[in-house]
Design a protein around this ligand. Structure first.
Ligand code: GLN
Ligand code: ZN
Length: 754
């Protein structure tokens, strides 16, 4: 039984890759410097995994930006607009980040994770430009003494993730010979195994697709002499198990964590082909809790009892890309919590323990098992794991807690009388530029170099300056600017009980950007206001309405590492109650508008259709619980950016927010969907793209609104940027806001609401 890994965090414990990339993009490191630095890091990761006992080390999982983009570039899937974008790396980064006159390719969520990939576009017939896995394999071969396992994204998943694929069957036919060539060359170079990632096989696979898969994999694997193919699935159970398990490959990697119990049930019911190997994804590649090793051993016994042979590997449930590198950096946390964590390196150590227990016997790892038991117990016994008052409050929730007392139509009347806003009211999404100055002030405060009072004064000065800018621009609804927040989730996590914040728990989100998800480990409650002081201060500076800004309960969960000993809906209600208290405080302090952001509501959507309704049901209830405690004349906003709305429109309606703000600058897709359902509530159109440094013209912004007028009535529309402005420069923002207000004014003279 070999120990295999599926992928390792790319950035390194010091986030070396981030530094390399960003210095290269700033022009301070040439291509060769970047490539050498990255290769060194990649090799260090190979050594590290080998040292931790991995016997099949993934190579080719590393990427300078994204592995889907790597695969597309390798297969010549370069959109026409990048033809003139230079060659090699320049063009590669232009596809990812946009070039001088070619907008970037679309960025999308990688399944239900917080990793984003660059969506391939099929402008061209695919062609094999270079054999990337082969190049990496040749580099890794000697370093890893034959333990290198090339990794490659499979054709089915590649097609599923692509944009404008002409006809998927034809696409499949075009890709298969190219993949066949890649594998033949790897075979000739002496590789023994290749890991073909096909996570799309856990989605709802149709009968027609299954048929095409069989034909494609027959072509791909034909004539291989020594090379074996491990078809790797993850993030769920293998769809159409009985049928797909017979695909002409040498092994199947199955996820027994996120595909549990489905994969076990199928294994039991349909068996496993005796000629194939099974990669048993036994430890969690997505969450950070130390494994219960005894339970894992039990599961392993069960899985192996259904196998006709002993041909199996032990591996994580998916690539460790989604975990931080090592929990060793988190010793500042309370000991029981720290000892209860397993990041990437600790996961690999767990695999080694499990493998020894199987190969020798359990007594050989008695010490490790006892330590895991002890850690498990200590975590469970932490005093804030169960806070009776919080549990009681959640249990006591009833129907009326989840809904507003007055229906939307009546609320709208009351609110419009109270707020007396002009038509096409203007506002922003919450954050203003997090300048180096703001960041430096926060760092100084964290290091204890300035007092709390000094830091708070600094924040107040920022607020005052931006209230002035907003009044100058003549915006209708003002915000405080979120200067005190490093991150919309971490800020709240740091203030709420039940959350812990890591020191070095970075995970790649996209490109060079990493996020540091908080850890939700205990019962959540609010023991002091979270945003009240800054918001109330802001309102004291202006006679215009100020909008309080909170991060919603579902986003808090979806962007954190969450405990697994309590149902997710219960946890969401705990967070929602904490936010409900904050909303109540804001209302009591006189605020007329509160926005509760839910940008991550959509991404928590389960991969399989049949699991979606239950998720949406509790997600919507959690949002309503957070927001429905207010009176009818208090206006609740929500914000969601870059969301595929099609499959959640009903849920959005059910959230019962008074106003929702969405992205509208980049395309009409969102609008078309709203048209279909005749959406009748107020909606804030994101009239400019906050991710682009270009300040749009008044006409551009007006056009976005005008185009929306065949979908919405003028009286429904608000005018705002499409997301927070924290990443923009101050010089860009002030003029952009002025133009936005000018656009709204022009629209007002033209359309009278009705
Ligand atoms: N209020 C947040 C901001 O303005 C919203 C960010 C988001 O939607 N991701 O930054
Ligand atoms: Zn947003």
């Amino acid at each position: 039984m070999l120990i295999s890994n599926l992928g390792y965090p790319r950035f390194g414990r010091e986030r070396t890759l981030k530094k390399l990339l960003e210095t290269h993009w700033r022009g301070l490191l040439d291509e060769e410097g970047l490539l050498t630095g990255a290769a060194r890091l990649e090799e260090a990761h190979w050594h590290r995994q080998a040292r931790l006992g991995v016997e099949l080390v993934p190579v080719g999982d590393f990427s300078l930006y994204d592995h889907v983009l790597d695969t597309a570039a390798m297969l010549g899937l370069v959109p026409n607009r990048f033809e003139k974008a230079g060659d090699g790396l320049t063009r590669y980064f232009a596809m990812a980040r946009g070039g001088p006159d070619a907008p970037a390719c679309a960025m999308r969520k990688w399944f239900n994770t917080n990793y984003h990939y660059i969506a391939p576009e099929w402008d061209q017939e695919p062609a094999l430009v270079k054999n990337l896995p082969l190049q990496t394999y040749l580099r890794a071969k000697d370093i890893l003494n034959g333990n290198a396992k090339p990794v490659l994204l499979g054709p089915f998943t590649l097609i599923k993730l692509s944009k404008n694929v002409p006809q998927w069957r034809r696409a499949f036919d075009a890709l298969s010979p190219l993949y066949a060539q890649i594998l033949r060359e790897l075979d000739a170079a002496g590789a023994t195994w290749v890991q073909m990632d096909e996570p799309a096989l856990v989605l709802d696979v149709t009968g027609e697709e299954a048929e095409a898969l069989t034909a494609a994999y027959r072509t791909i694997t034909k004539g291989l002499t020594g090379l074996k193919v491990m078809l790797q699935t993850y993030f769920g159970g293998l769809s159409q198990y009985a049928r797909l398990i017979t695909l002409p490959v040498d092994g199947f990697g199955l996820d027994f964590v996120h595909g549990y119990p489905e994969n076990v049930a199928n294994l039991k019911r349909h068996g496993f082909p005796p000629d194939k190997w099974l990669g048993i994804g036994i430890v969690d590649g997505r969450n950070i809790w130390r494994s219960n090793l005894r339970q894992k051993l039990e599961l392993l016994r069960q899985v192996r009892s259904y196998l006709p042979t002993t041909k199996c590997w032990l591996q994580p449930s998916c690539s460790l890309l989604h975990l931080p590198v090592s929990a060793a950096d988190e010793s500042h946390l309370p000991a029981p919590l720290h000892q209860g964590l397993a990041f990437a390196d600790e996961r690999l150590t767990e695999l080694r323990t499990l493998a020894r227990a199987v190969k020798e016997d359990e007594t050989a790892v008695a010490a490790e098992l006892a330590a895991a038991d002890q850690a498990q117990r200590a975590l469970a016994e932490m005093s804030n794991r169960v806070v009776p008052a919080v549990r009681r409050r959640v249990s006591a929730l009833g129907g009326t807690d989840f809904g507003r007392a007055v229906p939307y139509a009546e609320r709208r009347e009351l609110q419009s009388r109270r707020l007396a806003l002009p038509s096409f009211p203007t506002t922003t999404i919450g954050s203003f530029p997090q300048t180096p100055e703001v960041r430096a002030a926060r760092a100084r405060w964290r290091r204890g170099e300035v007092s709390k009072e000094q830091y708070e004064t600094f924040i107040r000065d920022q607020i005052a300056e931006w209230v002035h800018i907003q009044e100058e621009a003549d915006l209708d609804v003002l915000v405080h600017g979120e200067f005190e927040r490093n991150d919309m989730v971490e800020f709240f996590a740091a203030k709420l009980q039940g959350f812990a914040v890591t020191a070095n728990g970075w995970v790649q989100s996209y490109g060079s950007r990493c996020v540091k998800p908080p850890i939700l480990y205990g019962d959540v409650y609010r023991d002091r206001p979270l945003t009240l002081a800054e918001t109330v201060y802001t309102q004291s500076l202006t006679s215009k309405p100020v909008k309080g800004i909170l991060t919603g309960p579902v986003t808090m969960l979806n962007w954190s590492f969450v405990r697994e000993d309590l149902e997710r809906d219960r946890i969401a209600y705990q967070v929602a109650l904490a936010l409900r208290d904050e909303v109540a405080d804001l209302e009591k302090a006189g605020l007329a508008i509160v926005q509760v952001d839910e940008p991550a509501l959509r991404e928590g959507l389960p991969l399989r259709t049949n699991a979606r309704a239950p998720y949406l049901s509790w997600a919507v209830r959690a949002f309503r619980l957070a927001t429905s405690g207010v009176g009818p004349e208090t206006q609740i906003h929500t914000h969601m950016c870059y969301v595929v709305f099609g499959d959640i429109l009903e849920a959005i309606e059910a959230m019962d927010a008074d106003v929702i703000s969405i992205e509208a600058a980049r395309g009409r897709n969102a609008l078309e969907i709203f048209k279909r359902c005749a959406y009748h509530r107020d909606i804030g159109l994101g009239v400019f793209d906050v991710h682009s440094p270009r300040v749009p013209e008044v006409e551009d912004m007006e056009r976005v609104v005008r185009q929306a007028l065949d979908v919405f009535r003028p009286a429904q529309l608000w005018v705002n940027p499409d997301c927070g402005l924290k990443t923009r420069q101050q010089q860009e923002v002030a003029p952009a806001l002025k133009r936005m207000v000018t656009a709204a004014r022009r629209l007002r003279t033209e359309y009278r609401p009705g």
